[in-house]
Ligand binder design. Structure first.
Ligand code: ZN
Length: 197
């Protein structure tokens, strides 16, 4: 029998790059670079956009960054909401007040057909961020009947992340936060144990 080496399918990359989960992860990554205390860095925002398939160059004016920051603050409420019902309530409010009607676009043949909630393919960045994020987070909530994401459980970390459908429930945004909190909990436990008094 002839062995045919598996070839990565371009069709798979083509659609997985635009998958709902990828779009939702891009939302979380953008919220994290947009919510930094000392103000977002336009280069860091552009890096996230390019990493998630935006074709460059990405030139963000101060006005764009301000708008995206406002949009990020609104979207953050989905991640801080109480349970699936709370997240759905926030999403319904954002869908009512900040997005257009559902439409399909293939960006002139450059992408697979996918749904959009902004009014135009050339919508301003803030409108695009709210619309594309609401779309991805809404579909994830629908699919799993769970909140689409949450805030990192580390008290010193403001990051949001997309919760995974499979595997044990994640509490931290990254391995780095999980390790730091585990070490801190271990220190607290050994300080309070009688053997160490
Ligand atoms: Zn974290």
């Amino acid at each position: 029998m002839r062995y045919i080496a598996p070839v990565p399918s371009p069709a798979y990359d083509w659609s997985s790059r635009h998958s709902v989960l990828t779009m939702a992860r891009r939302t979380a990554a953008l919220l994290n670079v947009l919510s930094t205390e000392d103000g977002p860095d336009p280069t860091a925002i552009a890096e996230v956009l390019l990493a998630y398939g935006e074709t460059g160059p990405v030139d963000l004016a101060a006005r764009d960054v301000d708008g995206m920051r406002t949009a990020a603050a609104l979207l953050r409420q989905v991640f801080t909401a109480d349970g699936v019902d709370g997240a759905a309530e926030v999403l319904n409010r954002l869908l009512r007040d900040h997005t257009g009607p559902l439409r399909l676009t293939a960006h002139g043949g450059r992408t697979p057909w996918h749904p959009h909630l902004d009014l135009d393919d050339d919508a301003p960045w803030d409108e695009w961020l709210i619309a594309s994020s609401c779309m991805a987070l809404t579909v994830l909530l629908w699919d799993r009947q769970l909140p689409p994401g949450r805030v990192c459980a580390s008290p010193s970390c403001p990051n949001v992340f997309i919760t995974q459908g499979a595997g044990p429930e994640r509490r931290y945004c990254s391995r780095r936060c999980a390790t730091r909190e585990r070490v801190a909990a271990h220190r607290r436990a050994s300080r309070s144990s009688p053997a160490h008094r």
